[in-house]
Design a protein around this ligand. Structure first.
Ligand SMILES: Cc1ncc(COP(=O)(O)O)c(C=O)c1O
Length: 382
């Protein structure tokens, strides 16, 4: 049997990784500034993470959600404490799309309504309601098409308020990314997030903050929306939560009451996922990674400002978009092939995305800056 051809692939076969370094089968070393789509939060194969998962596997790897699993409660408590959402309730699942499906479903159960506001350039996943709320018709299959999603311009308070006037009474939820990732690192303004919070309250809809990419310390705060001091009803997490172990979750406002049958999962919250997620939080805390993300992100953005060929640098913490005056594909290719540096792209083809592990050092940033600056300078003087 052959594999379904899902993605265009680089001709590189990683066989080992540690921190921000990845080695291919020929022994070539790469600097990973993308973390496999923003997943690597505490660094590849962090020793504490490896030890905690391995130890768990020797004890017990899996049982279904029909038995007592105190590790899930331990994880919820630790996450509540570190994120400042101690009063919230936690539902565990396996991926970002699944987290958003469950958040949208909960909002609909809670309000008894169907309509959802989402935003231009958003990405929320590839399944059912999550893909319907994603602004990319090329990945929406006919079965996922629905009239229930209203797409509005991002960061536009006026069109949001107009939409509320028209659809407020039918609205179950507003879903927005803490920072738009796939769309090209677009940061919601404080006024915009505050308007979403107030608008949802006014019409009885729920605010869903998709922190799948921007959460877990990436922005320098635990959640990106905390820069705007808003409090959503539902917060979705995945990616950095497991540092590569597939896990996701929804933080749920205590105002939403659980009822058996509302949600469910076979794999969600299994022992290995809990061990991986606990290890990530322990390392984030012990190594002060929110602080490192803030300091290193600031340094990186500061050094990028003023480099030739850059139109705009956007970002918070270690979620950084570098918008060029032309498509970034050739530069990303050169960074990878000539300099051994992994970076990401976005649906805005001119924007290169950097999403390194939160453990990144100044020396690693300097390695990238040197390579990037020589590529840009060569282009400008050519
Ligand atoms: C903001 C956001 N939400 C949801 C998802 C979907 O996550 P997953 O691929 O784990 O389903 C992604 C993935 O890129 C994302 O960036």
């Amino acid at each position: 049997m052959n594999l379904f051809d899902v993605y265009p692939l680089f001709d590189i076969e990683p066989v080992r990784a540690a921190g921000l370094s990845v080695w291919d089968k020929e022994g070539r070393k790469y600097l990973d500034l993308y973390g496999g789509h923003a997943v690597i939060s505490i660094g590849h194969s962090h020793p504490h993470y490896v030890k905690r998962i391995a130890r768990q596997l020797y004890d017990i790897g899996f049982y279904s959600n029909a038995v007592q699993m105190p590790m899930q409660q331990e994880l919820a408590e630790k996450l509540g404490k570190i994120s400042g959402y101690e009063a919230y309730i936690f539902f565990l699942c396996n991926s970002g799309a699944e987290a958003n499906e469950n958040a949208l479903k909960l909002a609909s159960f809670q309000t008894g309504r169907k309509k959802v506001i989402s935003f231009k350039a958003s990405f929320h996943g590839r399944t059912s309601a999550a893909v319907a709320a994603t602004d990319d018709p090329s990945i929406v299959a006919p079965i996922n098409q629905t009239d229930n999603i209203i797409f509005l311009p991002f960061n536009d308070v006026t069109s949001f308020e107009e939409a509320l006037q028209l659809h407020g009474g039918e609205l179950a939820a507003v879903i927005v990314e803490g920072i738009q990732g796939v769309g090209g690192v677009n940061i919601p303004t404080v006024d915009f997030l505050k308007a979403l919070e107030a608008g949802c309250k006014k019409v009885g809809a729920l605010l869903i903050l998709d922190e799948v990419q921007s959460g877990y310390g990436r922005s320098g705060k635990f959640f990106a929306h905390q820069h705007a001091a808003v409090q959503p009803d539902l917060i979705t997490v995945a990616k950095g939560m497991g540092n590569g172990f597939p896990v996701g979750g929804v933080l749920i406002s205590p105002e939403i009451e659980a009822r058996h049958g509302m949600l469910g999962t076979t794999f969600g919250g299994n022992y290995l996922a809990c061990a991986a997620s606990l290890a990530v939080l322990e390392v984030i805390e012990k190594e002060n990674l929110l602080e490192n993300a803030t300091i290193m992100g600031h340094y990186l953005r500061e050094q990028l400002e003023g480099m030739p060929g850059i139109k705009e640098v956007r970002g918070q913490g270690l979620m950084i978009g570098i918008e060029l005056h032309e498509p970034c594909a050739a530069i990303r290719k050169e960074l990878l092939n000539q300099y051994g540096i992994f970076t990401g792209s976005s649906s805005n083809k001119n924007t290169l995305r950097l999403l390194p592990a939160l453990t990144i050092s100044k020396a690693e940033i300097d390695q990238f800056l040197k390579a990037f600056s020589s590529i840009l300078t060569k282009k400008v003087t050519a």
